[in-house]
Write a protein that binds this ligand. Structure first.
Ligand SMILES: [Zn+2]
Length: 336
């Protein structure tokens, strides 16, 4: 019995010494400690066939060798796994992972561009609240209660005469109430209207509003500032068209069109076969608005303009559906 044990121990030691990987280790473990035909397992089973007085000694011996082999295998297992880990860590042939680089949303990029252009012309950026009173949203802008123009701004009303602002123009009033001319500001921000969602409407969108007030501000100044903006935004060769329009808070008022960026004026679906695309509305500040904020209309003149950021972005990049901006689809966003 002792001789057999010694032989098995020797054999096991040699085999464990030669193990190189997990597969070999498992093979050796089964050979000696396997539950069905492991050599040690057999040995333990055979003890029952020995004479009664020899059994305790043989049992102790077999259990000792079992423990010893188990320990040797555990030691080997640790060696192997730490070797494999090191190998994994320094595998220089493994292809690298490309880090994903974040970028700004196209609407943010467009707003930033609009801001840069006007700031370079001496305008400063201000912001105002998105929850407004009817006074700032309408009345101070020359739209008293029951004024028909209010219908064009289908607003979200809250309690007690508050509403989500339907344009950024109320911020003009807030600034003029606090400051005296000269004023040159632009106001970027979110606005809200109860529009049904389709390819060109969304209940929340972004505007940039502008206001300049001083002595001797003329309609030519307005045309000059807007032309400069359009050329910087859409390119120096862009053709422009100023068209008479109406807003309750400006007089005279105009719309600015650029020649269709899709068809170059020939007429297509995007421009409704007209060859021109409206990019913003503007005008000379109505004297009634000046009276509301305590400016003397005889002394000061000013112009104001407003544009939709989504529209500018859509025209600049040829995006045909406003909903794409709000779906967070990386395949769309990564193109900008
Ligand atoms: Zn067109």
């Amino acid at each position: 019995m002792e001789r057999i044990v010694k032989k098995i121990r020797q054999e096991a030691k040699e085999k464990i010494e030669r193990i190189k990987n997990k597969e070999e280790l498992e093979k050796v473990r089964i050979e000696f400690l396997g539950r069905k035909r492991g050599k040690i397992t057999e040995l333990l089973k055979n003890i029952t066939t020995l004479p009664l007085q020899e059994r305790p000694f043989a049992g102790r011996l077999a259990n000792e060798i079992k423990r010893e082999i188990q320990q040797l295998l555990d030691k080997k297992r640790k060696e192997i796994s730490s070797e494999e880990e090191v190998e994994e860590r320094v595998d220089v042939t493994f292809p690298g992972r490309k880090p994903r680089i974040g970028k700004l949303h196209p609407l943010t990029q467009t707003t930033e561009k609009i801001k840069r252009i006007f700031v370079s012309m001496g305008f400063r950026v201000v912001r105002g609240p998105e929850i407004e009173t009817e006074y700032y949203n309408f009345e101070a802008l020359n739209m008293p209660r029951y004024h028909p123009a209010r219908n064009e701004y289908d607003s979200f009303y809250l309690n007690k005469g508050y509403l989500l602002r339907s344009h950024t123009s109320p911020v003009q009033i807030r600034v003029m109430e606090k400051e005296s001319p000269p004023i040159r500001i632009i106001v970027p921000g979110r606005v809200y209207r109860r529009d049904a969602i389709d390819a060109s409407h969304f209940p929340m969108f972004h505007q940039v509003e502008g206001l300049a007030v001083d002595e001797k501000v003329t309609f030519s100044d307005l045309k000059g500032v807007l032309s400069s903006f359009a050329y910087q935004m859409f390119g120096k060769t862009t053709r422009l068209r100023f068209r008479p329009s109406f807003f309750p808070f400006t007089e005279p008022s105009l719309d600015l069109d650029i020649q269709c960026v899709i068809c170059q004026g020939k007429g297509c679906k995007t421009c409704g076969r007209k060859g021109w695309l409206e990019i913003l509305g503007a005008g000379m500040v109505d004297p009634e608005v000046f009276k509301k904020v305590g400016y003397e209309p005889e002394k000061y003149q000013g112009f104001a303009f407003g544009m939709g950021v989504e529209r500018i972005c859509m025209l600049k990049y040829g995006v045909d559906d406003i909903r794409l901006f709000f779906q967070n689809d990386l395949r769309f966003l990564n193109q900008f």
